[in-house]
Design a protein around this ligand. Structure first.
Ligand code: FO1
Length: 328
């Protein structure tokens, strides 16, 4: 598979700010050949609005509208709604900019008409001029909750209100068992033209595991006889952003890329590890490619995406992979 357009579909699993950055690079290379399956476990209802943070972070990042300092929300933002809400004694721990607010209000209205999250997301992506296909992992509600030293917390309460301070004991995806993968997700995973599956450098526990918890997605991935490559979110024993490293400590998992590979297990064929972690390039049962994984600029995102796709192409033609896939 070369990385030019219309050379077959590539799927990327994505959630959070780090994941969206690689998705940006992948879209730059693949355009409409890229399908993103995005985590919706962070979704919640707040102030009467249906909020899908990881979908919105993807929409804003891929359209160039994202606030580059924060990673979430929009660049060109004003905060009159929040200031007025504060004056009224409303809840302002979860910050909603005025322009961002319009997207939540419109998604909430359309969901209330019975339109699916997939359909709404697809029309928002078209509105923002996004070439890639952006798919929620499911149109059914799934809620990530964190069993912590401060009790069981809904995701945003843990992540935003408590700033990931509570000690994580376990993470659960409520209602995942009764959720269904969307038909768009299953047809993408079943696409005969599928070339590779990429796991973005998202938090494996909070952003990727919810996607794999959706019935049918794990088996569809295993049935797809294409290489699956993950990009490690850990560089030098630290998460680039967010609580991945802290959660690994709390779950008793070493802060290493090797531990990331072990977390995904036989599902992945290869792991992209940062060049500064060259001592981790021998991981049993997982091919490793060293690449500069810190994405500060758009060029970094595009380069890392290109190297990840090249790695998947190499694995596609490697005999070991075929043998390993038979084992699954
Ligand atoms: N993250 C924060 O840390 N503080 C916020 O106030 C906040 C508001 C917010 C509003 C809309 C949105 O789409 C995302 C927002 N996020 C905020 C990020 C959100 O918590 C995501 O779940 C994280 O990016 C993890 O995926």
């Amino acid at each position: 598979m070369n990385v030019s357009r219309s050379n077959g579909r590539v799927i990327a699993l994505c959630g959070g700010v780090g994941g969206a950055k690689l998705a940006y690079g992948l879209q730059y290379i693949l355009g409409s050949d890229l399908t993103l399956i995005v985590n919706t476990g962070d979704d919640f209802e707040h102030l009467g609005l249906k909020i899908s943070p990881d979908i919105d972070t993807v929409l804003y990042t891929l359209s160039g509208l994202a606030n580059r300092e924060l990673g979430w929300g929009r660049q060109d933002e004003s905060w009159n709604f929040m200031e007025t809400l504060a004056g009224l004694g409303g809840e302002t721990w979860f910050r909603l900019g005025d322009r961002d607010l319009a997207l939540h209000a419109e998604r909430t209205r359309r969901l209330r008409t019975g339109e699916t999250l997939s359909s709404i997301t697809s029309s928002f992506a078209a509105h923002f001029g996004i070439a890639a296909q952006v798919l929620p992992m499911s149109d059914d509600p799934i809620s990530t909750v964190v069993a912590s030293s401060e009790g069981v917390l809904p995701f945003q309460r843990y992540f935003v209100e408590r700033r990931c301070a509570p000690q994580v004991e376990s993470i659960h995806f409520e209602r995942a068992a009764s959720a269904r993968a969307s038909s768009e997700v299953l047809s993408a995973l079943g696409d005969p033209d599928l070339q590779a599956i990429i796991v973005c450098p998202s938090n494996p526990f909070l952003s990727i595991d919810p996607i794999l918890s959706v019935p049918g997605i794990g088996s569809a991935i295993r049935a797809a006889s294409v290489p699956m490559v993950a990009v490690s979110p850990i560089i030098g024993g630290k998460a680039v952003k967010g609580p991945t490293d802290k959660i690994m400590d709390e779950l008793g998992v070493p802060r290493t890329s090797k531990a990331i590979a072990e977390h995904y297990g036989a599902l992945i064929d290869g792991l992209v590890v940062d060049v500064s972690d060259a001592d981790e390039c021998e991981i049993a049962g997982c091919a490793v490619r060293l690449a500069a994984s810190l994405m500060k600029t758009d060029d970094d995102r595009i380069r890392l995406a290109g190297e990840t796709l090249e790695f998947a192409r190499q694995l596609a033609s490697s005999p070991q992979r075929a043998a390993q896939r038979q084992k699954l």
